[in-house]
Write a protein that binds this ligand. Structure first.
Ligand SMILES: [Zn+2]
Length: 149
């Protein structure tokens, strides 16, 4: 955890956001990541996603089972979903969403979109149902050598 906090603090001086993350396996650090949203012009460049991407490249796999994500701050919904997709064993964080809000990073509003049934999303999401909507899934299921994930 101290490494994640150190990375997060150094990220500020480097022009990035104040977030850092480490993917570890046992006592080994597999990869690290910092927030690169503004430096790489990538709204998905959160420290956790960056660390997950770097860990997958380091291990040559798209699964991180057996690994732990240690992050300086509570993951936002995107990062938490990324951790689920990566099949990480566990996520550990230090500062929470309220601490982040105090610094101007208010992920709480995003969490509320998922938990409040009356929430109005700032980005409308609508289904456009089409007759061929399952064609990609049909192709996937028909592919005998697909790599399941
Ligand atoms: Zn995030």
């Amino acid at each position: 955890m101290q490494e994640a906090i150190r990375l997060a603090t150094e990220s500020v001086a480097a022009g990035g956001g104040p977030f850092g993350a480490v993917v570890g396996r046992g006592s080994e650090i597999v990869a690290t990541g910092t927030n690169t949203v503004t430096t790489s012009l990538d709204p998905t460049g959160h420290a956790e996603v960056t660390a997950i991407r770097n860990a997958c490249r380091a291990l040559g796999d798209f699964k991180l089972d057996g690994c732990v994500l240690v992050t300086s701050c509570e993951p936002c919904p995107m990062c938490m979903a990324s951790a689920l997709w990566a099949r990480l064993d566990r996520v550990l964080y230090s500062a929470d969403r309220n601490d982040a809000a105090g610094a101007g990073f208010d992920d709480r509003a995003f969490y509320e979109l998922f938990t409040d049934p009356d929430a109005v999303w700032p980005t409308p999401v609508r289904r456009l149902g089409t007759e061929n909507r399952t064609a990609p899934f049909d192709a996937w299921l028909a592919k005998s050598d697909r790599v399941e994930y």
